[in-house]
Ligand binder design. Structure first.
Ligand code: GLY
Length: 385
C-alpha cells in the first residue's frame, strides 16, 4: 500500500490522512504548528454552499457533494475519536436591512433554487419570528434550509483522534521541503532528515504556493486572504441559526458564544486582528442586531484563507509524478474537507482522477466567476491601510 506524506495538518490534510489510513495507507502528516490550527481553527464552520460558493457550477457541485457527505464523515470521526463536532443542519437566514438588500436577496433566492438550494423569501414578521433578537426594522430575508454548521475546532480535535486511532503519525517540523528528482517525488526533507514517500500531498492551505523544493512546472498560485473574527458571549437561545447580512455573518455556538465574521483583507501572511477589522465587524453586527451592544466581546482572532487566481481550489495530481495538491479552498475549506479527502484518497489508491475533481486540476488555466449573494466581496478585499 502507498506510503504518503501529507504536508499540512489543517482540516483538509487531516481528512485526507484519515481517509487514506482508513483505506490501509501508511500516512505521516507534517506541519510547523499543532494540528488543526491556522485557518481550520479560525474558520466559522459554515457548511453553506448556496450562501458561500461562487456561481461557478463545478465548484457549487463539489460543495453540494461534500455537504451531502458530511453526516457520514462526521459519524465516522465522532465514533473513532469520541468527540462530538456539533454538526447542525439548521439552515441560513439572510437578513435584509433595506429595500436594496431585499432586491439582491430576491435574485439570490432564484439562483439558489435553480442550483438545489431550499430557499424561501421571508417578510419582516417571518424573519423576526425565526430570529426575534434581530433589529425590529429588518426589511425581510431569505432562508436557505439545506445548509448547516459544524464546530470546526472540535472537528479538528476529532480528526486528529480518528487519524491517530487509524495509525497516522504526526511530525511537527520547523521547516520542510519537497524532495524529488527530475521524474518524480521522493519524499520530504526536514531538519530531522529525509523521509521517503511515494506520494506527497500538499495540503498546506495559504502556504501551499510557498512549499520549498517544488519544481516550477508543478507549483500552484495560492495566496493568503486574511479574515478577522470575534466572539460575543451570548446565550445559545438568543440566535438560532446562521445569519448573513451583506458580507458578514453571525454563527451561534452551543457554548454560549456568537461568532461574528469575517473581514476579507489582502495583506500577505499577516494574521493580526486590527482595530479597523473589529470596528467593521461590530458596526455591521450591531446594525443587524442592536441588542448585542450590551454583551461582552470575549475573543478576537484571524486566519488566512488560501485563495487562487480563478477562485477554484487545486485538487489533484501535478506534472510531477507522485506530487498531489489539495489547497486553495478559499472560503470553503471546512465544507470541502470530506469530498476533497474522498477524491484524493481515491486518486492515490486507484491512480485515476475522480470525475468530481477533474475541473480542479492544479495545472489548469481559468477565470473567475461570481455569486449573486457574495457580489462585492472581492471589491471588499482591500489592502491593509
Ligand atoms: N467561510 C467563511 C469565511 O471565509 O469567512
Amino acid at each position: 500500500m502507498a506510503d504518503v506524506a501529507v504536508v499540512g495538518a489543517g482540516l483538509i490534510g487531516l481528512s485526507i490522512a484519515n481517509e487514506l489510513a482508513a483505506r490501509g495507507a501508511d500516512v505521516t502528516v507534517f506541519d510547523r504548528d499543532e494540528p488543526a490550527r491556522a485557518a481550520s481553527w479560525a474558520g466559522a464552520g459554515m457548511l453553506a454552499p448556496f450562501s458561500e460558493a461562487t456561481a461557478d457550477s463545478d465548484l457549487l457541485a463539489l460543495c453540494r457533494r461534500s455537504l451531502e457527505a458530511y453526516p457520514a464523515f462526521v459519524a465516522d470521526v465522532q465514533e473513532r475519536s469520541g468527540v462530538d463536532v456539533r454538526l447542525r443542519f439548521d439552515g441560513t437566514l439572510h437578513a435584509a436591512l433595506d429595500e436594496a438588500d431585499l432586491g439582491r436577496l430576491g435574485v439570490a433566492a432564484a439562483s439558489a433554487r435553480a442550483n438545489g438550494g431550499d430557499a424561501m423569501l421571508l417578510d419582516r414578521a417571518e424573519v423576526l419570528e425565526r430570529e426575534p433578537f434581530l433589529a425590529k426594522h429588518v426589511a425581510g430575508g431569505l432562508f436557505v434550509a439545506n445548509e448547516a454548521q459544524v464546530d470546526n475546532r472540535r472537528l479538528g480535535r476529532a480528526l486528529v483522534g480518528a487519524a491517530r486511532a487509524r495509525g497516522v503519525r504526526f511530525e511537527r517540523v520547523a521547516q520542510l521541503a519537497l524532495a524529488c528528482d527530475a521524474r518524480r517525488v521522493r519524499g520530504v526533507r526536514t531538519p530531522q532528515g529525509f523521509a521517503a514517500a511515494s506520494t506527497v500531498v500538499n495540503a498546506a492551505g495559504a502556504w501551499a504556493g510557498a512549499l520549498d523544493g517544488v519544481p516550477e512546472h508543478a507549483r500552484v498560485a495560492v495566496r493568503p486572504v486574511a479574515g478577522e473574527m470575534l466572539a460575543i458571549a451570548l446565550p445559545p437561545s438568543a440566535i438560532h441559526a446562521l445569519v448573513w447580512f451583506g458580507h458578514r455573518y453571525l454563527v451561534p455556538r452551543d457554548d454560549a458564544r456568537l461568532l461574528v465574521g469575517a473581514t476579507v483583507v489582502e495583506r500577505g501572511f499577516d494574521a493580526r486582528v486590527t482595530a479597523a477589522g473589529v470596528h467593521d465587524l461590530l458596526d455591521a453586527a450591531l446594525a443587524v442586531a442592536p441588542a448585542l451592544a450590551s454583551f461582552a466581546v470575549v475573543e478576537t482572532w484571524a486566519g488566512l484563507r488560501p485563495a487562487t487566481p480563478d477562485g477554484r481550489p487545486y485538487i489533484g495530481p501535478t506534472a510531477l509524478e507522485g506530487y498531489v495538491v489539495a489547497s486553495g479552498h478559499y472560503r470553503n475549506g471546512i465544507l470541502l474537507a470530506p469530498e476533497t479527502a474522498h477524491a484524493i484518497a481515491e486518486l492515490i489508491v486507484s491512480g485515476r482522477v475522480p470525475a468530481s475533481i477533474a475541473p480542479f486540476a492544479p495545472g489548469r488555466v481559468g477565470s473567475m466567476k461570481s455569486n449573486p449573494l457574495r457580489e462585492g466581496a472581492a471589491a471588499a478585499a482591500k489592502p491593509a491601510e
